[in-house]
Ligand binder design. Structure first.
Ligand SMILES: [Zn+2]
Length: 318
């Protein structure tokens, strides 16, 4: 384990070490390219927390009665009827992918890289990066997307949009039992066969929709010269082979790369890259906001990307 000073010892204790924050800011300023690697911890801070038991109890009381406590427990779960399964999934996907509003943790992260040559790799399937203004051509989502569906066999290499399907299911959910009340809707919506969102849940996962992203990503990362900053946020050990280990690999092999690892639970870095790494043991929101503030973004008027900050009507009043 790395015990260097760069690891802030207590995750809950007040402010981050200003020296460490300032070192991270220097790495951002000096970088010729920034690779963001983001895991569930980033979206959790944007309100999309799969382990939030309080929110789950509020949103899915009928599922609590069935013995579940959090959304994380239902990933890969199979022991339910289609009525219960799609009563839950339609609601869950609608909230995670379609209803979730932009969030400052993503907006501030974009500020940190908006004047840089950046690329994003994320295990999150909620498309929050693009929703918050990141360039879709610079985002790679190897775990898929909730916005698409596919057949579970799969009998053909085809995906289709999720939204029209769940829009048909949502009005047919009994608010009390949270089950779909009309089995015909399920049959029609799900094309008479087992389907799921186009996410990496097994070897049935169709990767074709992400092939172009993957090519752009590998092109970018393999040809990026100069100083590269790998900024990893909230990527733990659920699926370390997707974000965490590839980030370490990039930092290990790239001659001028540094790693900034933001992780509340697992801030450690392997000793082979310890001298190229800085760790912030805290939440995504705390780290991103600390960097964003230290780099002077807090008081700055932003560009036109985010309309909620840019309402011309008010300028006339001034
Ligand atoms: Zn099929």
């Amino acid at each position: 384990m790395n015990t260097r000073k760069s690891i802030t010892p207590s995750p809950s204790a007040g402010a981050l070490d200003p020296e460490v924050v300032s070192r991270c800011c220097d790495l951002i300023r000096e970088a010729d390219g920034i690779l963001i690697g983001a895991g569930a911890g980033l979206s959790a801070d944007a309100g999309l927390d799969y382990k939030d038991t309080a929110r789950f109890a509020r949103r899915f009381p009928a599922m609590v009665k069935r013995g579940f406590r959090m959304q994380a427990e239902l990933i890969g779960y199979t022991g339910w009827s289609p009525e219960i399964q799609w009563g839950y999934l339609a609601t869950h996907v609608n909230e995670m992918r379609f209803k979730a509003p932009p969030h400052p943790v993503y907006g501030r992260l974009l500020d940190l890289v908006r004047n840089k040559d950046y690329f994003v790799m994320t295990s999150n399937v909620d498309e929050m990066f693009v929703k918050n203004g990141f360039d879709a051509k610079r985002v790679f989502t190897p775990q898929g997307s909730y916005a698409l569906m596919q057949c579970l066999k799969p009998c053909r290499n085809k995906t289709w949009p999720t939204k029209p399907i769940i829009d048909r299911i949502l009005p047919k959910i009994d608010p009390k039992t949270q089950e779909v009340t009309d089995p015909e809707v399920i049959l029609a919506a799900l094309l008479r066969g087992p389907v799921f969102m186009n996410v990496r849940g097994g070897d049935w996962f169709l990767e074709d929709p992400y092939e172009e992203q993957a090519e752009r990503f590998s092109d970018w990362v393999n040809h990026k010269r100069g100083r590269l900053l790998a900024l990893e946020i909230g990527a733990g050990f659920n699926t370390p082979g997707v974000i965490r280990w590839p980030m370490e690999r990039v930092v290990h092999f790239h001659p001028e790369a540094h790693l900034v690892r933001v992780n509340l639970q697992w801030p450690q870095v392997p000793r082979e890259i310890a001298d190229k790494s800085v760790s912030l043991q805290c939440s995504a929101m705390k780290a991103v906001t600390a960097l964003w503030t230290a780099m002077g973004w807090a008081g700055r008027v932003r560009g036109c990307e985010r309309s909620e900050f840019h309402t011309p009507r008010f300028y006339l009043l001034l």
